[in-house]
Design a protein around this ligand. Structure first.
Ligand code: CTP
Length: 413
């Protein structure tokens, strides 16, 4: 599990209530811990019918709390457990949240450690309801969830599927990766890009030859996906326009495209009111001049096939034209994949495409570029500033770029 910068040094209060889905919270507590969070766990009495405090203590390396009347151990701002836990937490996440706990939280009851702590807490509250579909649809539960949401709680909608009962419906607790994504979104609400709209493109475009074949490149889309996640972690609203089908970061709006023409249309549409556009996609400069409507067949005597390629539109140049007319998107960030004279070529792209920031990448370097998980880039600013970054994971490269985007947007305000 890769470290998550947003979680470093953050103290999260994970409250587990009495649903069969409580077993999934163990995996979540483990992943959060591995990602760098300090996870304090509270179990209700009903949760302990399914799972023990020891299980959580084993994966978090920290005490798990169950009793309202016991003093807290060390490491909290006060020895009064509910106050100490509430004061220390960056987020109170009730996962899974039963109908009973939701009703108690909505009514403000305070008869166990969780509910008393929830009243003492000033951090954001996240609830992930989990119960049989009939229960989740009951007006009493709907009202509890609405009350909490109306009070500003972050509600993770349960998924539709099969229950332990054998019935199906909406009420299933999402899997760990999805829960983790929601926790990130809840924490990101205070981030430097809150209220900002960011559009990111990712992956190599696919230019059709016939119904079964296309011309493309080696771009994996990993850098673009990491940028989308970093923008979400900074609190932005994110649209990810991509040709590749990696797991979409929780909270991103995903727009699937294939060709450069389709990406151009999607970029112009979605960046029309965006604060920033980050063009990480590897857009094909050429496409087949004609696309065969039927699969191209070889004949006995076919020795070869000549493809005639024509120029694709340059998306960033079209964005430049749109920006000159409308002022949107506010900021534009491009990439330059170069195999020689990296800085010279990158500088000329920065000016030609009127970029605010250009991320230059030497694709011949052994540890940088397309398929890997690391990248070594130089950030070139419109004012001539150059910032070479060391070899970093694509995640950390993305966070450095997003920091710069946040600074550019803050300078506009
Ligand atoms: N780009 C674009 N439209 C294209 C080609 C590229 O918007 N048709 C964008 C890329 O997403 C990237 C930047 O332009 O952000 C630079 O891409 P790159 O392939 O490095 O440069 P090119 O513009 O294709 O220039 P060259 O052929 O000289 O390398």
């Amino acid at each position: 599990m890769e470290a998550i910068t947003l979680l470093q040094g953050k103290r999260l209060l994970l409250a587990v209530t009495g649903s069969i889905a409580a077993y999934k919270s163990v995996d979540l507590a483990s992943k959060l811990t591995q990602a760098g969070a300090q996870v304090d766990v509270i179990l209700t009495a009903a949760a302990q019918a399914f799972i023990t405090p020891l299980t959580f203590e084993a994966v978090t390396g920290r005490p798990a709390y169950t009793a309202l009347w016991e003093s807290a151990g060390g490491g909290l701002p006060t020895h009064i457990a509910h106050v100490g836990l509430a004061e220390a937490a960056a987020l109170l996440a009730v996962i899974p949240a039963t109908a009973n706990t939701l009703a108690k939280l909505a009514a403000g009851l305070a008869d166990d450690l969780l509910t008393v702590t929830a009243l003492a807490a000033r951090c954001p509250l996240l609830v992930a309801p989990a119960m049989d579909g009939g229960m989740y649809a009951h007006p009493a539960v709907v009202a509890s969830v609405q009350t909490l949401a109306g009070r500003g709680a972050y509600v993770v909608a349960p998924e539709t599927g099969r229950f332990a009962s054998g019935l199906s419906g909406q009420g299933r607790l999402p899997e760990t990766a999805t829960l983790l994504g929601h926790i990130r979104l809840a924490l990101a609400q205070a981030g430097p890009l809150r209220g900002r709209q960011i559009v990111v493109t990712a992956g190599g475009t696919r230019e059709a030859i016939d119904p079964v074949r296309f011309v493309s490149n080696h771009s994996s889309g990993k850098q673009g996906y990491a940028l989308a996640q970093a923008a979400l972690d900074a609190g932005a609203t994110v649209t990810l326009i991509s040709t590749v089908g990696l797991p979409v970061p929780v909270g991103a709006q995903f727009v699937a495209v294939d060709s450069a023409a389709a990406m151009l249309a999607a970029v112009l549409e979605h960046s029309a009111r965006a604060d920033a556009l980050i063009m990480a996609a590897a857009v094909a400069d050429f496409r087949p001049g004609t696309v065969a409507t039927q699969k191209i067949k070889k004949q006995e005597d076919t020795a070869g096939l000549t493809l005639e390629l024509v120029r694709n539109p340059d998306i960033l140049l079209q964005v430049k034209a749109q920006r000159e007319q409308t002022g949107w998107p506010r900021r534009v960030i491009g990439f330059a994949a170069e195999s020689e004279q990296v800085l010279a070529h990158a500088q000329s792209k920065l000016h030609r495409k009127a970029l605010d920031l250009l991320v230059a990448n030497d694709i011949t370097a052994p540890d940088a570029g397309f398929a890997g998980d690391t990248n070594r880039v130089i950030l070139l600013a419109a004012d001539g500033g150059q910032t070479p970054l060391p070899l970093l994971s694509k995640t950390l490269v993305s966070e450095a770029i997003i920091d710069r985007v946040a600074a550019l947007l803050a300078a506009d305000a």
